[in-house]
Design a protein around this ligand. Structure first.
Ligand code: AHR
Length: 360
């Protein structure tokens, strides 16, 4: 009996020990789990948050490496001219051909549409913004918002007038002042043997736009060197054929045979004006010397038909150069603030030969 009691006591002790061990084990486990769960939940959220931020920044960083696929938001001026159509296609094709994703917005020549588009690109967290401003001023706030969001802005074709040039990376576009000078120099040479007064009417581009301001400035800088030249009328035709025609009709109505020269800030307006001149009963390029800017196909056709005298080239096909610059920036290269597109000038006598090879 004593032995039995001893064995029973040992068994109870053993059982109790086992229970204790099991309880300890499970207490340890559950204890750490509970604690851990609490911590983990918090940590997970924090970590998740951190990961998300990191993930984003990793994405931003990895997008910073050469060869990465970028999401590029492109805010274009509109579709007001042959030039613009060619420019839009060149930039869109270049972005897609390079394997990047394009988000496109057409501002229909309205600044408020561009501001909305840029804000939407910021919300969508694009990697880069390409922006061709309708007008020069009034973009500080939205450009600052893009900068604050860490999104680099590339100015294409037209410049902005902002004090802080850190709001954009680089400006790739034509030298519009120089284009105006070329137009002026051509006229001065062409009219070298003419006595004054030489009466000029001017069709300006969109009011407040860089090409309208600069082309006027460059042209005036040259012709003002000779007293015989005078701009007798100057008004905007908003870079469109329809407006160019309409305003030229008004010029003809008030000045008629008094007009010697038309200087149009783009070919589309010149082409619209040619129609108005013919309808008025005068011969374009004979009775009125016609100067345009852009060198679009339509101008070459008009020159080949003997209806336009000269067009100053403004090359819209810089899409591939622009995408190269964006990629260089993301590869960490320092870019010049101003990169000019090279261009030329074409006269009537070259038109027939060059027309078949014109790309835009
Ligand atoms: O900014 C470039 C100008 O804009 C082109 O000369 C004109 O045709 C266009 O609409």
């Amino acid at each position: 009996m004593k032995k039995f009691l001893e064995a029973k006591g040992l068994l109870i002790l053993l059982f109790a020990l086992l229970l204790l061990l099991a309880a300890c084990g499970s207490a340890d486990e559950s204890g750490s789990n509970q604690e851990g769960a609490g911590d983990n939940t918090e940590q997970t959220e924090e970590e998740n948050d951190a990961e998300e931020t990191e993930g984003d920044s990793e994405e931003e960083e990895s997008d910073g490496q050469a060869g990465e696929k970028l999401v590029i938001g492109f805010s274009q001026v509109g579709a007001e001219s042959e030039w613009r159509t060619a420019n839009t296609k060149s930039i869109q094709d270049a972005i897609k051909d390079a394997g990047h994703e394009l988000k496109f917005s057409d501002a229909q020549q309205k600044q408020e549409n561009q501001i909305k588009a840029i804000r939407s690109f910021i919300t969508q967290k694009v990697d880069a913004i390409v922006f061709s401003p309708v007008v020069e001023t009034g973009f500080e706030t939205v450009l600052q918002e893009a900068k604050d969001a860490g999104i680099p802005v590339f100015l294409a074709d037209r410049a902005v007038d902002v004090e802080d040039d850190s709001l954009w990376v680089t400006f790739l576009g034509s030298d519009f002042v120089e284009e105006g000078r070329k137009a002026g120099n051509w006229l001065v040479e062409e009219m070298a043997d003419e006595e004054g007064p030489i009466n000029i009417v001017e069709l300006q581009g969109t009011v407040g736009s860089a090409p309208a301001i600069d082309r006027k400035q460059g042209f005036e800088e040259i012709i003002s060197q000779e007293d015989k030249f005078e701009i007798i009328k100057s008004q905007t035709g908003d870079f469109t054929r329809a407006k160019g025609k309409e305003v030229m009709e008004a010029f003809l109505k008030s000045e008629g045979d008094n007009i010697d020269v038309l200087y149009a800030h783009n070919d589309d307006m010149a082409i619209g004006a040619i129609q108005a001149i013919e309808e008025y009963g005068l011969k374009p390029a004979e009775d009125i010397t016609i100067i345009g800017v852009d060198a679009v196909k339509g101008a070459f056709e008009a020159m080949a038909d003997g209806k336009m005298n000269v067009t100053i080239e403004c090359n819209p096909l810089f899409g591939p150069q622009l995408v190269d610059l964006i990629e260089q920036h993301f590869a960490g290269e320092e870019l010049d603030k101003r990169i000019a597109v090279e261009e030329s000038m074409y006269t009537m006598d070259q038109a027939e030969e060059l027309l078949p090879t014109r790309e835009y």
